[in-house]
Unconditional design. Structure first.
Length: 481
């Protein structure tokens, strides 16, 4: 993986952060059952003395509210960071990075990536958004079963797989009990377990929250009842706004207009992406159970998967538009907002052949000169038009291939790969995201909400580029040379 992300040792270089977060914090936290002296000695060997003396290795308080200086959380194994300002280990980024590692034969590092996330489940209760203290209240899209199976398929280490299974089952339960479970549908939603402003947002002035407050004050919002999220008389964001904001960040799609302005209404929706992932988790837990000889348990997982697939098709499939949408579990209605997550049920194998054909027939809504744009709406958010992101190119292309739409998959792959290659030749960077309409990676002035930079590195783009390239025939590959 050329231009790959830096490999971080255990703690990594404390400081820096993500999305305008608590820059410059040098606090690093370990649990009570971790030998702080051993960690200190290891860091002393790996860091120059000046940098080492800026690091404080502290015991992790039992309650998040008792953390007064946010910092990095200990992980036991080396890991790969996404790149740019993101110098910690992220949840769903790690899945795509691991795809590239496995493709390149970096089996031990791929195993370490999965091992760190299993450690997070055991020690912190879930796969974290990333290993920083202000992320202890939320997860990210669940890809852990796929990561564990990816390692097992290369190592055939049944003992390691058996050791991973309890953590995988625990992480599944995180997503299928309240408040993530929505009893009205039996499906799940994103829901951060913390309260108030997200600490990582507060470092910059004016903050993202200042922008949101000004937007509510000056705009009429028809997507949802804005009074839930903004007190006009006091010109204040409400506690529910912060709950929605935090939950939007758990989804990984921060930000878009998919659930209305600032995505804060996400707390009232069962997203098609999350539930397709949970279906795959159920199917993959069945596969793991079969491998380990637990046939009865495997069948119970398959039953859960079939039940979830039925609900996804019942609640989220829109026959009129030929697209999968997110469903508001309070009203039972889908939000007709074309978004690339419509391909998740194809990627997961939930769609029927007819449904997959209808979705593929809607490619023109998304397909642009540089690949697939994330939505059909230019909202000023980075997870909307005209931007394209590597992980969604991969999921859409894989979904198309699964249902036999090879020509479409090849065409989209070539468009995106040629854009990445074009911009790499200009700048020497593999970037986080791209404008697939203008075929550009320089995005100055295009993103108005959330962080507006385009980070170089970049883990998931490196990996997806390599994986998409491998799928092309020799004639198509020559077009990129």
């Amino acid at each position: 993986m050329e231009n790959a992300d830096a490999i971080e040792p255990r703690f990594g270089a404390s400081g820096g952060g993500s999305q305008g977060d608590c820059q410059g914090s040098l606090a690093s936290y370990v649990q009570d059952n971790v030998n702080r002296d051993a960690i200190t000695a290891e860091l002393r060997k790996q860091m120059d003395p000046e940098a080492f003396h800026k690091v404080a290795i502290l015991p992790l308080p039992k309650h998040v509210s008792d953390i007064h200086e946010h910092g990095l959380l200990y992980l036991p194994f080396p890991y790969v960071v996404p790149g740019g300002r993101f110098n910690e280990m992220y949840g769903w980024d790690s899945y795509f990075i691991q795809l590239g590692l496995l493709r390149d034969g970096e089996i031990e590092l791929a195993k370490d990536m999965a091992g760190n996330l299993l450690y997070e489940v055991r020690e912190y209760g879930q796969v974290l958004n990333a290993n920083r203290t202000y992320y202890l209240t939320r997860s990210q899209p669940p890809f852990l079963t796929e990561m564990v199976l990816g390692v097992y398929r290369r190592t055939k280490d049944r003992a390691w797989l058996a050791d991973a299974l309890p953590a995988l089952e625990s992480y599944y339960q995180f997503w299928v009990r309240e408040p993530h479970l929505t009893p009205a549908t039996g499906l799940s939603r994103y829901y951060d377990l913390g309260d108030g402003p997200a600490p990582e947002v507060l470092a910059a002035e004016p903050t993202y929250y200042d922008t949101a407050r000004d937007y509510f004050r000056t705009h009429t919002i028809r997507d949802y009842d804005a009074s839930q999220f903004y007190d006009h008389a006091k010109n204040q964001l409400t506690p529910l706004f912060y709950q929605g904001d935090r939950s939007m960040r758990e989804s990984g799609f921060d930000t878009s207009n998919r659930f209305g302005p600032f995505n804060v209404d996400i707390i009232h929706y069962d997203p098609v992406c999350l539930n397709s992932r949970l279906y795959l988790m159920e199917v993959q837990l069945a596969e793991i159970s079969d491998i380990l000889g637990h046939s009865a348990k495997a069948e119970s997982w398959r039953v859960r998967g079939r039940e979830r697939a039925e609900k996804i098709n019942r609640y989220m499939w829109d026959a009129k538009d030929g697209l999968y949408y997110d469903v508001n579990f309070t009203t039972g209605r889908v939000r007709r907002y074309p978004f690339l997550t419509t391909f998740y049920p194809l990627w997961a194998g939930i769609a029927t052949a007819e449904q997959a054909g209808r979705v593929a027939a809607n490619l023109s809504k998304f397909e642009k000169p540089g690949g697939l744009q994330t939505s059909t709406v230019d909202s000023g958010d980075q997870w909307d038009a005209p931007f394209g992101w590597a992980p969604l190119q991969w999921i859409a292309v894989e979904g198309l291939r699964r249902y036999g739409f090879r020509n479409d998959a090849d065409r989209i792959s070539l468009a995106f790969l040629s854009l990445v290659q074009q911009e790499y030749r200009k700048s020497g960077n593999i970037d986080e995201k791209y404008d697939v309409v203008r075929r550009a990676s320089k995005l100055d002035g295009e993103i108005h909400y959330g962080y507006s930079t385009n980070e170089a590195g970049f883990g998931w783009t490196n990996a997806v580029y390599a994986m998409l390239y491998d799928q092309l025939d020799a004639a198509s590959q020559r077009k990129l040379q």
